[in-house]
Design a binder for this molecule. Structure first.
Ligand SMILES: [Zn+2]
Length: 391
């Protein structure tokens, strides 16, 4: 029997992140840093500060959150591949996490040390079944839209690409942190991404670890048919917590405050009260129009958050005309009443993105079409809205 050096013998085998199980046995892993954020935790006992680095690691088989107590002072960069020995695995809220402590040893590694993953081995997932926190899935979908965007990450400016993809089960928003050269209409097979919650909805995140392949895309909806969408019942939209590329029809039954003439901070567009923005302090507020419309289709209600152009069109009045009314009669409730009278009982078709919170679903419209109605039909619609019948 060949002799194995003791040190070699005691070195635990590397575990793929997909195979991690929470137990008392420390593991060795090789993984890439997907995100890393350094913080300081204040100890309750003596007020001392303890540095901690936390974020997400991925080895292509799964993404796992990690916490690294007392990390080295040299920065750990996104994209770095690390080999870590003696790492603790624990479970938190039903998901495994890694904890690096003083017993862990961490050294740089290379791409070649990462596990080899064949995309075909990754299970295919319908978009409608993506949940925040998911990884280790593959999706085949059509790019409905995509556009570049520049964001600030710390002090760094980064270019990303945002859009929406669709398959026959539904549509989700995506963010690509690497440029995959995506363009609308293309069918793609994506693996190595993960899903995270964004505005209460799962969103697909792609980065340099993700693989994007062009595919023929048989059976996928065209980009055009995905954007046209099919009208959905409000109860169904509520059940799924909103979604991308929504279309719904219903009657405006109420207006929620703040609606009508509002004042916004010129810096951040937050609502300003008495000239005070809660972030930027005293500012010169800019007038704006908005309408928070409660829409009912007989199966349920949701809120449509209409911005200035949609509000002006629904109301038939411009911001300038509203400001003129205010100069003549400086009573803000008057405008809100007039807006309510103008929109109440109107049947509308709304297209846009929706997300849910404790107060229900809010839709951020890309378009609102008003169905033309004669006064009799409108009166019937108002009566139906008040009676709660499906009109
Ligand atoms: Zn502000």
């Amino acid at each position: 029997m060949p002799l194995v050096p003791a040190a070699e013998d005691s070195l635990p085998a590397e575990v793929r992140l997909r195979d991690l199980r929470a137990n008392d046995v420390p593991v060795s892993i090789v993984a890439r840093v997907v995100t890393a954020e350094r913080r300081e935790i204040v100890r309750k006992s003596d007020g001392g500060r303890r540095p901690v680095l936390s974020g997400l690691l991925s080895d292509g088989t799964a993404s796992v959150r990690f916490t690294w107590w007392d990390p080295p002072s040299d920065p750990i960069e996104r994209g770095e591949v690390l080999r870590a020995v003696n790492v603790q695995v624990r479970e938190f809220q039903g998901r495994v996490e890694l904890t690096f402590n003083w017993k862990s040893r961490v050294a740089p590694a290379g791409d070649a040390d990462l596990p080899k993953v064949n995309p075909e081995d990754i299970p295919l997932r319908p978009l409608a079944e993506l949940r925040s926190g998911d990884d280790w899935f593959r999706v085949v979908a059509r790019i409905v839209r995509v556009a570049p965007k520049t964001v600030s990450v710390g002090e760094e400016r980064r270019l990303l690409h945002e859009g929406v993809i669709a398959d026959s089960s539904g549509a989700v928003a995506f963010t690509a942190w690497s440029d995959f050269g995506l363009s609308p209409g293309e069918a793609i097979d994506v693996s190595g991404g993960y899903a995270r919650a964004f505005r209460g909805r799962p969103q697909l995140v792609l980065d340099e670890r993700s693989t994007v392949r062009r595919v023929p895309g048989e059976g996928l909806p065209s980009a055009e048919s995905a954007t046209r969408g099919l009208s959905r019942r409000i109860s169904d939209i509520e059940a799924t917590g909103g979604g991308e590329l929504l279309e719904l029809r219903g009657v405006i039954v109420a207006l929620l405050p703040p609606s009508g003439l509002v004042h916004r901070c010129p810096e951040c567009r937050r609502a300003v009260r008495q000239g005070l923005c809660r972030v930027h302090g005293t500012v010169q507020p800019e007038p704006d129009l908005r309408a928070r419309l409660v829409v009912d289709d007989g199966t349920g209600t949701l809120t449509v958050n209409a911005g200035r152009p949609e509000t002006e069109r629904l109301w038939g009045r411009t911001l300038e005309q509203c400001l003129q009314t205010m100069r003549e009669n400086p009573d803000p409730t008057l405008l809100e009443e007039q807006l309510f009278e103008a929109v109440f009982g109107r049947r509308i078709v709304v297209r846009g993105r929706g997300s849910a919170d404790d107060f229900g679903v809010t839709v951020y419209p890309e378009s609102i079409e008003v169905e033309a109605m004669d006064p009799v039909a409108r009166a019937r619609s108002i009566a139906g809205a008040l009676g709660g019948s499906p009109g």
